[in-house]
Each structure stands twice: as C-alpha cells, then as structure tokens.
Design a protein around this ligand. Structure first.
Ligand SMILES: [Ca+2]
Length: 475
C-alpha cells in the first residue's frame, strides 16, 4: 500500500514537471581522494585540466565532507542518506582487529542490507536506468552468495567491477587481468581506470532516450599506487626540478593515477556533449575519505583513517548547465548523505524522508538561491581503532569538537580561525566544549549509535600495536 501511494504521488509529481525531461545523473566517486589532489583545489604538480574545467563550469565546495574517514561507511551513507552510526556500518569492511585494546568494538554490520530504499532504487522506481562501475566494498568478505550483495541487488541494473574488494586484487591489480564482474580483462597492459571508462562510455551510448544514473565509483586513487608507464615517465620528468613549495605529493605514480582519472572524466564529459545530453545532465564529483598520506590534503591535519579534517574533507564539484552558475564557490558544510535527497529534488521526485533521514537537499545552494542550509550540525562516529583511536566528532558552524572514547579527552577547534586544527581550545573554553559534547551525546542516542565497551581482554602491553598475525595461507 505504501509503495502504491508513493507511486501515485510520483506520478502526480511527474505530471507537474511534464514537458521538462528528468535530468541524468553522473556521480563520480573517487577512492581516497585528498582535498589537495586537483588543480582547482590548489595542486600544481598534478595536472587535472578536465576536472578544473568542470569546476569552472560548475560549483566548487570548500567544506564538503565524507561521512567517515574510511571507505565502506561513507559509501553506505551516500547510497542510503543515513549516517553510518544509524546504519551500524561504521568501519571499512572488515576492519582492523585489536583484541587487546582498551575498548571493545561493538557488533557492527559488515554489509549494506536490504532494509532501506537506496538512492539507485528510488531513481529506478522513477524510470531511471541505473548503472554501477567500479568499487563496491559494501558486502561481507568471503561469503559465497555474491548475488545477494552485489550492486545489482541494490537498485543497479548493471554492475561492472563491483565486488567485495576494497581495492583491485586481480592478478594484475590496476593492470589486466582484473578479475572483476562484468569487466572484460582486455589485453595485457590495459589499465583499470581506462577499461572501466570504456564500459561507462559504452553504457552512455545506449542511453539516449531514458534518464540515467551513471554511478562511477573509481577504484583509483586507492593503493596499490600504479599508473601507465607513459604517465609515470611524464611525472618523473616533471618531478626533476619541481619546486615543492606547498608540500604536495610528488609521487609520479600517484600523479599518473590522477591524470588517468582526469582523462576518464574528460572522456565522459565529451561523450555527454557528443550525445547532446550534457545540458540535461547533472555531474557530481567527490571522494569517500581523505587522501592516503599527509601531503595529499593541501595542509589539512592528518589523512585517511585519522580523526582530523584531512580524513574527511573532500573535493566536491557539481555541474548542471543553466541551473548551477559556472565558476562559483560554496563554503557551506555539506556531507555524503545529502546527495540522495538532492538528486530526488533535481529529478522533481518527492522526498523520501524516512529513507534519507540524515541528508538534506543542497539544491538551494547549487542554484544560488541560498548561501546556507538550515542544518548547522554534522556528526561523525567511529567506535574503531585505525590510525586514530576511537572517536566521535561534531561540527557546529565553525566549531568542531572531537571526543576520544578511551580517555574521554576532548579537542575543540575554531575551524574559521584555525582550519589546520593546530590549537586545541578545550581547556581554554571548557563550557563550549561541554555544550558541544552534550549535543554529540544527544545525537548518538537519537541515531542509536553503537558504543564501545570495556574490553575484558585488555592488555596494555599487547594492546599497543597491531595484533594481527600474518596469515600463512597462500594467496
Ligand atoms: Ca576510501
């Protein structure tokens, strides 16, 4: 009955916008993308002309966030419009094991389940063709029933490359053979980003008449850091004599990976133009967590797996001709859960607030109708050990508070005056810190966040380092 009512409402909404064709969506999600990885975000060693052009034709965000500092939770948040804490999917699948640490990790979910209507399912219901390319990483490792967990079980008509892997693990890693579902292995030397782009362009060529969601979830620039030899050579030469004034990452292989990504974006944009659908296509480009080293974040503190800005602040660029004014910048904080309601509103579809409960449509920002959202607070919840110790965080306006769960110690930063989080103000401003901590605790209760518990096996000596023994099983 519920779905029937939704269907009727959807029909009504469609009638309202009759005559206006629904926009297509191209969602480009880059793995381990640092805040400083593109020219339009300050990179000078890496070259990203197509992405820079995309920013020139669209809106660039300076305070866009991923919902987590690691892969799987951020991806689940984008697809569901819900905080990882609410989903109980709070770590990369399958997470680090720290059996002797002070706190025990809660019993979290290692998959995105079927309880919710995800963004691709909502668009599919409304007549969209939906296709997934690249990294999925939202299912248990080592389970045989892949069909139950693949992107095709979650609203995508097509899956090219998505499986349980968090990085390319085929025999050639980023080079053929890839060992990925739906992706032909091509020829020796073929590069994964290029091959996935071939498949994405192939999908576009078939979709002239119906609206589509092309969800391109790049494996790049996650390790292993590998790039085509001509690109590596180009950046080896560039590195000689390069004056590294901004402490940029000058790894020629990583630079080559970024250029291959940029070429991929360029090919997709060119195909949309060639097909005559660019005018009616929304393009969004962002990342799932910070870069994997401290020189990929344009100076922001820390990087992937830590608890500071470099782990969660992401490039975000959105283009939609005639609706988003080109060359504009937005400083309002936005987060991964926001894409789902934003896409629905762009498509003239009714909001599904029971689903994307933690996201808000950022369409008013994109259209230049508003400089700010009414939502002022963002939250993070990471009851796990990684490069960071377990923590929770809240951003409220320009203020950010981090709570470390082991000792309960707090860090308070004024991001406007101190964007690099150098000065912890928690002792100087205990009342502000306390007020924000109360709000963080209130939110955790609201979303049913899973909390850590004292670990009965805690052993301070053995709990210090990594506890995993190297497996001897051949692979
Ligand atoms: Ca990632």
């Amino acid at each position: 009955m519920k779905s029937f009512l939704f269907f009727v409402t959807a029909l009504f909404q469609c009638a309202l916008v009759a005559g206006e064709k629904k926009p297509n969506f191209v969602f480009l999600l880059v793995d381990d993308l640092g805040w400083g990885d593109f020219g339009c975000y300050g990179a000078t060693f890496y070259e990203t002309p197509h992405i820079d052009k995309l920013a020139k034709d669209g809106m660039l965000f300076t305070n866009a966030y991923s919902a987590c500092t690691v892969c799987s939770p951020s991806r689940a948040a984008i697809l569901s419009g819900r905080y990882p804490a609410r989903l109980h999917l709070t770590d990369w699948i399958t997470g680090h094991k720290r059996p002797f640490a002070k706190l025990a990790v809660p019993d979290w979910k290692t998959k995105i389940d079927h309880e919710r209507v995800l963004m691709p399912e909502a668009l599919k219901e409304a007549g969209y063709a939906t296709a997934f390319f690249g990294k999925w990483h939202l299912m248990p490792i080592g389970k045989p029933d892949f069909k139950e967990h693949y992107p095709t079980a979650h609203g995508f008509d097509v899956n090219v490359g998505g499986r349980e892997w968090g990085q390319p693990k085929g025999r050639g890693k980023y080079f053929s053979p890839f060992g990925m579902p739906g992706l032909d292995d091509g020829r020796k030397g073929d590069f994964l980003t290029d091959k996935l782009t071939d498949a994405a362009v192939g999908f576009l060529e078939e979709k002239k008449d119906e609206p589509f969601l092309l969800y391109f979830s790049y494996y790049t620039v996650h390790g292993p850091i590998m790039a085509p030899s001509d690109l590596v050579k180009k950046y080896q030469e560039k590195a000689e004599g390069f004056e590294n004034r901004r402490n940029e990452n000058v790894n020629p292989k990583r630079a080559g990976m970024i250029e291959a990504l940029d070429n991929s974006v360029g090919r997709i944009l060119a195909k949309l133009e060639e097909m005559g659908v660019a005018e009616n296509t929304v393009i969004v480009l962002t990342g799932d967590n910070g870069g994997d080293s401290d020189n990929t974040t344009s100076g922001l503190r820390d990087f992937k797996g830590f608890s500071h800005e470099g782990a969660v602040r992401e490039p975000l660029i959105a283009k939609w001709p005639r609706r988003i004014q080109g060359g504009t910048t937005c400083d309002e904080p936005v987060i991964g859960m926001d894409f789902y309601p934003t896409f629905l509103e762009m498509a003239g579809l009714p909001a599904r607030k029971d689903e994307h409960i933690d996201g808000v449509s950022i369409l008013p920002l994109l259209k230049g109708q508003a400089k700010q959202l009414s939502r002022k607070k963002l939250y993070w919840h990471y009851p796990h050990y990684h490069r960071t110790k377990p923590y929770g965080a809240i951003r409220d306006g320009d203020w950010k508070l981090i709570e470390f769960f082991e000792e309960g110690n707090l860090e308070l930063f004024d991001l406007k005056k101190d964007p690099l989080e150098k000065k912890n103000l928690s002792e100087e401003m205990p009342e502000k810190a306390e007020e924000m901590l109360k709000e963080l605790e209130r939110w955790r209760k609201l979303v049913g966040a899973q909390m850590m518990t004292p670990n009965p096996n805690h052993d301070p000596e053995r709990g210090k380092g990594k506890q995993r023994k190297k497996k001897k099983t051949p692979k």
